[in-house]
Design a protein around this ligand. Sequence first.
Ligand code: ZN
Length: 275
Amino acid sequence: MEYYLLLLLLFITIVIVRVLFWLWEFVRTDLRYYLYKLRPFPKEYEAILLRYFPLYQKLPRFLQKRLQACILVFIKEKEFVGVKLKIDETKKVLVAANACLLTIGHDRCMYKNLYTIYLYPETIVKKQQTINGWIVSEQKEVLLGEAWQSGEVVLSWRDLVAGDINPSDGKNVGLHEFAHQLDMLDGEADGTPPLPLKMYRWWTKVMQKEFDKLQQLYKKHKKGFLDYYAITNAAEFFAVATEAFFEKPKKLQKEEPQLYQALKAYYKLDPASWD
Ligand SMILES: [Zn+2]
């Protein structure tokens, strides 16, 4: 009898802790987001969006309002660290805009596991050393950005601006890295972000089919519907497809309607209808 009582007590404790955690999360981010939706958006922030983030102008008004609220939450919650670069409001607003565009369909600011954004002035060169017996080799890896599971995103400011200023070339390092962060919300960068249960089977089927199709095109030296970096692995496929979904939506919808539908269902957005 005491054994059952102990189990019941444990169960009740777990439920209480879970509810408290959920309440804390709600107050910390969701409540703040809904309150910010009622507040006027600073004029100088909107000027930054109009200058550097042309996708903003394409959004319907209600999505602009959601983007504004998410930007304010993001700036309030996240730490911005400049590496040989001064952080100012322009940088914060533009980084936040990239992150938030991906979550406005959900009417939430979804980056609860993201803490710090490291901004570099330009392309990041990483030295990698491999030791093979007596030989030590140095390789240079050139990066536009990186997303870490521990809650950090690294971005090159110059490449972020270049990606945003041209909103229709299908290349956008900001959207790419924040798509990785969303993918990792369930603990794994596997190309499948957290989804409603009923969507998993369909999502996996569509993504696998599209991945295989792109891989076949690559083998035949034909032009792919996504940048071939997408076939690196499933996580990169999702991130590269996200760039195309927001920057070349009509083309993606026409050429790969199933891939477009899957992304539309996940993001709860229909960028092909924005202009
Ligand atoms: Zn990537």
